[in-house]
Design a protein. Structure first.
Length: 266
């Protein structure tokens, strides 16, 4: 996992986090407060999660409905003192030029990386999106996601062929959510030439185990958002049952400190 980036890939502080002695553990936020709170826990980089961003806004995930919400998050968080990676679904378009234009807007907002998912669509089309983004915003770290394990039939050969195509198109890293089998993870690490991103699962390998397999980045996806919803429901149950509310609860003042500063003149 450690070592220098492969020739031709992005070299940046965010990229460097993928080439350290331990994996980049990337928490995924859904608004300003959650992102700032995570960064204050000591995480140098924070990602967004499309499911949480969609659900929080009352929108469906994976349909392109969160394009404006995603850009709003980028504009809000891109200038914060932590590195930001944005989950951009499939780029919100099938047109590589439109995806590249959106990526340029993210980069201009201060975003360090972008996640682009193939949704099991045409390999050539997704590769063309990656190539267009790298040409238009070369400093943006492109994490190319394939959904062969998330949506497909867990085909190792197809996974590798897709990842090969995305690497050739210029992807800086690759992401295979849903992959939890240690043997297959280790095999992928040995075959690909860029950092491998794995989605953490509470029932899968630990972060330490993923590190030993050579995984460079471990994302939490929508887990924290879903846990936050679960904690709220548990608190309601406890209050209704007359029990003390358990768990960690920030104070009003601590929560207020997470608000974005008011622009000058307002």
């Amino acid at each position: 996992m450690s070592g220098m980036p492969a020739p031709g890939v992005t070299t940046s502080p965010f990229s460097a986090l993928h080439h350290g002695d331990v994996p980049l553990l990337l928490p995924n936020a859904w608004d300003h407060a959650s992102a700032v709170a995570m960064a204050r826990q000591g995480f140098p980089a924070v990602g967004t999660t499309s499911l949480a961003a969609a659900a929080a806004a009352g929108l469906p995930d994976g349909t392109g409905a969160t394009r404006d919400r995603t850009l709003e998050l980028a504009l809000t968080l891109g200038t914060q003192p932590f590195l930001l990676s944005v989950d951009a679904e499939n780029g919100f378009s099938d047109d590589p030029d439109e995806v590249a234009e959106f990526a340029c807007r993210l980069a201009a907002a201060g975003v360090a990386g972008v996640n682009l998912e193939d949704g099991m669509g045409a390999v050539d089309r997704h590769a063309a999106k990656i190539e267009a983004v790298k040409a238009a915003a070369p400093g943006l770290f492109v994490n190319a996601r394939t959904d062969t394990y998330w949506l497909g039939g867990h085909d190792e050969g197809e996974t590798l062929s897709r990842l090969d195509a995305y690497q050739q198109a210029g992807a800086d890293g690759v992401f295979v959510p849903g992959l939890a089998d240690e043997r297959r993870i280790a095999a992928l690490v040995g075959r690909i030439g860029v950092p491998l991103n794995i989605l953490y699962s509470p029932t899968g390998p630990t972060v330490a185990r993923l590190a030993s397999l050579g995984v460079a980045r471990v994302s939490l996806g929508s887990l924290l958002y879903r846990r936050a919803l679960g904690a709220a429901l548990e608190a309601l149950d406890e209050i209704g049952a007359g029990r003390p509310v358990s768990g960690r609860t920030p104070t009003y003042a601590q929560t207020l400190e997470l608000a974005a500063p008011t622009p000058a003149g307002r």
